[in-house]
Ligand binder design. Sequence first.
Ligand SMILES: Cc1cc2nc3c(=O)[nH]c(=O)nc-3n(C[C@H](O)[C@H](O)[C@H](O)COP(=O)(O)O)c2cc1C
Length: 190
Amino acid sequence: MSYRIVILTSSPNKDGLTAACGRALREGAAGAGATVDLIDLNSYNVGRCQACGTGYGTCRTEHRCQVEDDFQALNERLIGADAYAVVTPVYWGDLSESAKAFLDRVRRCEATAREASRLASKPCIGVAAAGGSGAGTITCLFSMQQFMNHVRSEVFDLITITRKSRVYKLEAIEAAAKAMVEYMRQKAAQ
Ligand SMILES: Cc1cc2nc3c(=O)[nH]c(=O)nc-3n(C[C@H](O)[C@H](O)[C@H](O)COP(=O)(O)O)c2cc1C
């Protein structure tokens, strides 16, 4: 069986560390036989959640976002995947603005569906790509983990990478994507 993996990257830098992590994930997943859908969130128009009504809109009642932009099409690609990975540059110890805007809206639609979340039990990898100091990678991954837990995904791995650890962590990131696909195959065979 060929699995479909969505890889989300979320940096304005088209050839930076985040992009390199996205390529490593793609090579690992594709090398294990998966079909990869690599999405650069910064190339799309995804606005922030409008906290409709008094805090909730159709996200709570219908599990869809009523703010019309590129979110809907991207979310269809994400929820249609068998597994996913998110790579964000570390900004202020947190997710980038494009990752935050997209994931906030996904969370509202899926977390409110509880066990019917369309991301429930799906394996996922989170990567926090930081600058030289690496300060804030842990808090960034904590935010990532919160998202994954709220939508009931299965965290396969959470990985930090900095400019200093780039060479050996890129290898680890590629290996993690490959291992995730193999894990899915093993699970399906049980
Ligand atoms: C607004 C902003 C905030 C940043 N905050 C942090 C930070 O908290 N910790 C850190 O190690 N690097 C921080 N950085 C550096 C980026 O994480 C680093 O340059 C990363 O490699 C960016 O990914 P890119 O190469 O894909 O652009 C920040 C950069 C920007 C632009």
